[in-house]
Design a binder for this molecule. Structure first.
Ligand code: FAD
Length: 291
C-alpha cells in the first residue's frame, strides 16, 4: 500500500478504534476510570504500547506507570493498572523487564493498587510466568493473565493456583500455531470453561475476562456452588449494555481502559475479533467516499 493510502486507512481505522480507547493522555484515562467508577465498576488502566526496545521508550513507559499508579490513589480512582511485559523491556531482556516491574510494584504497594501483568504471544509465556512468580512473593496485589487458547495453560494454571496466584482468564488475542494453541472457537471455549471451573474450585480473587454471554452465564452458575471472590473484566467500548446488568446483579465488574497514541496494534486485535467490526471499517471507508 502506498504511504498516502495507508495514512487514509489508518484514519478510518481510528474512527472505529476510538470507542475502545480513553484518549491520548493519562488525564483522559483517569477521567474514563472515574466514569467507570461512577457506574459501579473498577478500572484497569493500560498505557498502550508493546515490543519496545529503545532504552528511552522503556524508561519513559516505566516513569509513566509510576506516575499513573500514584495518580490513581491521589485521584481516588478505584482500580489498578495492567502492563504488557514487552512495553517495559521483555523483548530485550527478562531481567530488565523484571526490574522495571519491581519499580512499579514498589510504587503500587504504597497505595495498595492492583497491578495486572498482561499475557502476550506464546514466546513470552515462560518468562512472563517466571517474572510473576518472583514478584508475587513480594507483592500480593499482583495478577497475571492466562490464555485459554494455549494448550499449556491448564498446567500453568494448576501450578499458579498452588501458590495462590491471582489469575485473569482470557481466550487469547494472539495468533498461535497448531502445536501451541487450539485453533477452533469451540475448542478454545471448551478449554475456557474447564479453566474457569478450576478457578472456581481452587482459586480466589480471579478475573473472568470475556464478553462471551455463554461463558459469563456459566460463571454465574459456578458462583452459586463456589462462592469465590472474583470479578468480570471487560474492555472499554465492548458489551457496554451488559456491564450495568452484571453490576446491578451484585457482581464485581472491572473495565479495562487503554490510552495513549500507540493505538494501532491493540485496535487491529479488537477488529479481528469480530467480523462486524471489519464490515464497519469497510462501510466507514465507503461512506466517506460518497461525498
Ligand atoms: C479485561 C480483558 C483483558 C484482556 N487481557 C488480555 C491479555 O492479557 N492477553 C490476551 O491475549 N488477551 C487479552 N484479552 C483479550 C482476549 O484474549 C480476547 O481476545 C477478547 O476478550 C475477545 O474474546 P472474548 O472472550 O470476548 O470472546 P469472543 O468469542 O471473541 O466474543 C464474544 C462476544 O463478545 C463481543 N465482542 C468480543 N470482541 C468484540 C469486539 N472486538 N468488538 C465488539 N464486540 C466484541 C461479541 O458480542 C462476541 O460475540 C483481554 C480481554 C479482556 C476483556
Amino acid at each position: 500500500m502506498k504511504q498516502a493510502e495507508s495514512g487514509l486507512m489508518e484514519r478510518f481505522l481510528f474512527r472505529i478504534a476510538k470507542q475502545w480507547i480513553a484518549g491520548d493522555t493519562m488525564e483522559q484515562a483517569l477521567e474514563s476510570a472515574r466514569l467507570a467508577n461512577k457506574h459501579g465498576m473498577d478500572a484497569i488502566i493500560n498505557k498502550l504500547g508493546e515490543h519496545m526496545t529503545s532504552k528511552n521508550q522503556i524508561e519513559n513507559t516505566v516513569s509513566e506507570y509510576l506516575v499513573l499508579v500514584s495518580n490513581l490513589h491521589k485521584s481516588k480512582v478505584e482500580g489498578g493498572v495492567s502492563i504488557k511485559p514487552t512495553q517495559i523491556g521483555l523483548s530485550k531482556n527478562k531481567n530488565e523487564c523484571a526490574e522495571n516491574f519491581g519499580k512499579i510494584i514498589e510504587n503500587a504497594s504504597l497505595s495498595q493498587s492492583f497491578v495486572w501483568i498482561d499475557m502476550e504471544s506464546s514466546e513470552y509465556t515462560d518468562d512472563t510466568i517466571g517474572i510473576y512468580n518472583d514478584l508475587f512473593d513480594k507483592y500480593e496485589r499482583l495478577g497475571i493473565a492466562l490464555q485459554a487458547n494455549l494448550k499449556r495453560t491448564s498446567k500453568d494454571l494448576s501450578e499458579l493456583l498452588k501458590k495462590g496466584a491471582k489469575v485473569r482468564l482470557v481466550k487469547g488475542a494472539y495468533h498461535e500455531d497448531k502445536k501451541t494453541a487450539f485453533q477452533t472457537r469451540k475448542e478454545v471455549d471448551e478449554n475456557y470453561k474447564k479453566l474457569m471451573e478450576m478457578l472456581f474450585v481452587n482459586g480466589n480473587e480471579f478475573g473472568i475476562a470475556t464478553h462471551d454471554s455463554k461463558l459469563i452465564d456459566e460463571a454465574t452458575q459456578l458462583y452459586k456452588t463456589h462462592e469465590k471472590k472474583f470479578e468480570f473484566q471487560m474492555l472499554k467500548g465492548i458489551r457496554d449494555e451488559l456491564k450495568p446488568i452484571l453490576v446491578k446483579k451484585g457482581f464485581s465488574v472491572s473495565e479495562y481502559i487503554p490510552y495513549g497514541t500507540n493505538w494501532l496494534p491493540y485496535s487491529i486485535r479488537r477488529l479481528k475479533e469480530r467480523k462486524r467490526n471489519i464490515l464497519l471499517l469497510g462501510s466507514s471507508f465507503i461512506h466517506s467516499h460518497r461525498v
